[in-house]
Design a protein around this ligand. Structure first.
Ligand code: ADP
Ligand code: MG
Length: 253
């Protein structure tokens, strides 16, 4: 079966600095892969490449069979324009560290915005679906609240519902709980755990080792622009082989 994400030797530089230095990574349909690693190791940049927010400089990166940034026709690759990129991006759900809801829209309006704009659903249908999603993240009673009226944990749960509204094949999470007050982390992780158990394909950058241990099929350690170790969470956490992994696991325990 074809992986949902397939990265081979992915490279990315900003000016003279090579941030991704040959990343090999795969996620199969229905799998949860967690990425851990020190700050500055390229985790966010890698997610941004998967989500068509950055172009790669080398290697190969495919999402759901398509080369990121390109369309394949008669065996040749053609660069996608901004409009085509935006439409590919819309097929991937992304939740960032900082709450990135539209501040002038209510929770419900945030959720229906993309599916209506991209004509995935009619407005009444999008509203019906959004209410179901709000119910799933436990926030039906906050449908008319603006982001500023919600806690950080509630905002992240709306952000997750908003990403799900586009019925994405793949969900990307970039440290979704690291900007939250400690008492709000659990409610977001429990929504993510449920998504994992429902069989969603997820790539999660996180320092929440307990979460990774419970839900990840694969855990990888990124360091200095490369994946230096990968395995089951149990192997990686209890018996790390690479010195970088040993040091990192010690630091977050
Ligand atoms: P992580 O998410 O693992 O903390 P990042 O992917 O955010 O790491 O960053 C990796 C490196 O790339 C850092 O040194 C960062 O400063 C650099 N970087 C990230 N984005 C840019 C950019 N747009 N321009 C220049 N440098 C960048
Ligand atoms: Mg980051």
């Amino acid at each position: 079966m074809q992986p949902i994400v397939q990265a081979e030797g992915v490279r990315k530089s900003f000016r003279h600095v090579e941030v991704l230095r040959g990343v090999d990574f795969e996620v199969q349909n229905g799998e949860v892969s967690c990425i851990i690693g020190p700050s500055g190791s390229g985790k966010s940049t890698f997610l941004r490449c998967i989500n068509h927010l950055e172009r790669i400089d080398g290697g190969r990166l495919r999402v759901d069979g398509d080369y990121v940034g390109y369309q394949e026709r008669d065996g040749k690759l053609y660069e996608l324009n901004e409009k085509a990129l935006a439409s590919r991006r819309a097929a991937i759900g992304m939740v960032f560290q900082r709450f990135n809801l539209f501040p002038h829209l209510t929770a419900l309006q945030n959720i229906i915005e993309a599916p209506v704009l991209r004509k995935l659903r009619t407005k009444p249908d999008a509203i019906k679906h959004a209410l179901e999603l709000l119910d799933q993240v436990g926030l039906l009673n906050k449908k008319d609240a603006y982001p500023a009226q919600l806690s950080g944990g509630q905002q992240q749960r709306v952000a997750i519902a908003r990403a799900l509204a586009m019925e994405p094949k793949l969900m990307l999470f970039d440290e979704p709980t690291s900007a939250l007050d400690p008492e709000l982390v659990g409610e977001v992780l429990s929504v993510m755990k449920r998504l994992a158990k429902e069989g969603r394909t997820m790539v999660v950058v996180t320092h929440e080792i307990g979460f990774a241990q419970e839900v990840a099929d694969t855990l990888v350690l990124m360091d200095q622009g490369r994946i230096v170790e990968k395995g089951s969470p149990r192997e990686l956490i209890n018996n790390p082989q690479h010195p970088r992994t040993q040091a990192f696991v010690r630091s977050v325990r």
